[in-house]
Design a protein around this ligand. Sequence first.
Ligand code: HEC
Ligand code: HEC
Length: 86
Amino acid sequence: MEKKGRAAALNILFIAGAAALLFLLTHAPKETTAHLPKDEIHLKFYGIARKKEAERFCNECHGDGGSAPLSPSHPPPYRCLFCHKR
Ligand code: HEC
Ligand code: HEC
């Protein structure tokens, strides 16, 4: 009897956990960070499979003194492609 009760409790716990996870997954906030643009400038970075390899080029334009520097409110800009997905 004791054993059965515990199994039932575990089952309920499992179902509750699964329901919570499902809720979180379906109600997650929309992704708001801009994706890597799919324009002439950025298209070539879609062809570089390794993120780290592609990111070496970003600062040419988006770094200090580049043609399109980041705004002061930009979060710490390491690993661009983890936030700006392709
Ligand atoms: C040759 C210069 C150049 C390089 C290299 C470059 N960018 Fe850009 N980027 C621009 C310019 C100019 C804009 C603004 C116009 C546009 O959207 O294309 C821009 C816009 C963006 C935006 C759009 C921001 C928004 O508000 O939608 C993101 C994100 C971005 N770049 C990320 C990257 C990343 C990540 C890399 C490296 C993989 C990169 N860029 C490399 C010039 C460059
Ligand atoms: C931690 C996540 C994150 C990382 C890493 C990151 N960004 Fe961003 N980026 C954002 C967010 C969020 C915004 C919008 C911020 C805002 O409106 O000020 C943004 C905005 C931009 C913009 C639009 C102009 C601006 O400054 O707001 C460009 C261009 C850009 N990022 C390029 C890059 C590049 C290039 C790198 C790598 C050197 C990079 N980002 C790394 C999150 C990130």
